[in-house]
Design a protein. Structure first.
Lengths: 163, 119
């Protein structure tokens, strides 16, 4: 591991955005992917799936947030379903598939930074309904994205000391 | 042919099954387990031709399952399908007896290529 390896939240968000774009286009098969903006601050209320990434150089959570319909369409795309099938998917299946999306994306993020720090471990995905709020010692970075007409927010939560 | 798919995610098991179908494996060749302990029991009861296993699972992880099999003297063809296919993971997997490591996301052809080499 490089002793100088450091990424601030926006740099982690850059990696997450890059990986998610590839995943949305190449794996989920969406024909479009557009970044609408980015900010420091909490994501909008919605359904989010988050996964921890913890290593020697950093500790963070990465997440993907969308509307319920958006989550269903993203999850359905992963499972090869059409729109109607996605909207009728059982909630447990949607939660499971949405978690698998962040698991796959975070795994590729880990591979992207592996040369700089190979100690990162992925946790297990959790689903959050509503709005997350950063604690006093944390900072969030958010990117607004639209892929396949689905509004998505990509989220990085890090300790403030990584700012 | 008997392929055991081990993953805590139903979605991922569905994706692996769909990929296997796409490269010519029939549905009746596929069995599933959603955790390492059930997989261990299943493998002991009916030795599959190959195990396709996730790495990161709650409870018994994929690598723990592989080590438990080796510890019990059970020799079964074993490969990982994981989102964390780094060189370190590949080294640990192969050092523990895994025959291949496939990174997620993967194309069905990648799965076929790995299986063709070991079956």
């Amino acid at each position: 591991m490089s002793a100088t390896f450091h990424k601030n939240p926006q740099e982690w968000l850059d990696v997450l955005m890059s990986v998610t774009k590839e995943f949305a286009v190449e794996t989920l098969g969406f024909g479009s992917y557009e970044t609408k903006g980015r900010k420091d601050g909490p994501p909008d209320p919605g359904i989010g799936t988050y996964i921890p990434l913890v290593g020697a150089s950093a500790s963070l959570e990465m997440g993907i947030v969308s509307t319920e319909l958006g989550c269903r369409h993203l999850s359905g795309a992963l499972l090869g379903m059409d729109s109607d099938e996605s909207e009728e998917m059982a909630e447990d299946d949607m939660v499971d598939a949405f978690g698998e999306i962040i698991n796959i994306v975070a795994g590729v993020v880990k591979q992207r930074v592996n040369e700089e720090d190979s100690t990162f471990n992925l946790g297990l995905p959790i689903l959050v309904k509503g709005q997350i709020r950063a604690m006093e010692h944390q900072i969030t970075a958010v990117a607004d994205v639209v892929t396949g007409n689905i509004p998505v927010q990509l989220v990085v939560v890090t300790p403030r000391c990584m700012e | 042919m008997n392929i055991l798919i081990v993953d805590d995610s139903k979605a991922m098991r569905m994706i692996v099954k769909r990929s296997l179908r796409q490269v010519g494996y029939p549905d009746d060749s596929m069995q599933e387990a959603d955790n390492g302990n059930d997989a261990l029991t299943s493998i002991k009861a009916a030795k599959p031709d190959v195990v396709l296993c996730d790495w990161n699972m709650p409870g018994m992880s994929g690598i723990d399952l592989l080590k438990a099999l080796k510890g019990d003297g059970i020799d079964v063809k074993f490969g990982f399908i994981t989102s964390i296919a780094t060189p370190e993971i590949r080294q640990e997997a192969e050092g523990s007896g895994a025959l291949f490591v496939i990174g997620k996301p993967f194309a069905p052809e990648k799965l076929k290529e790995a299986l063709d080499k070991v079956l």
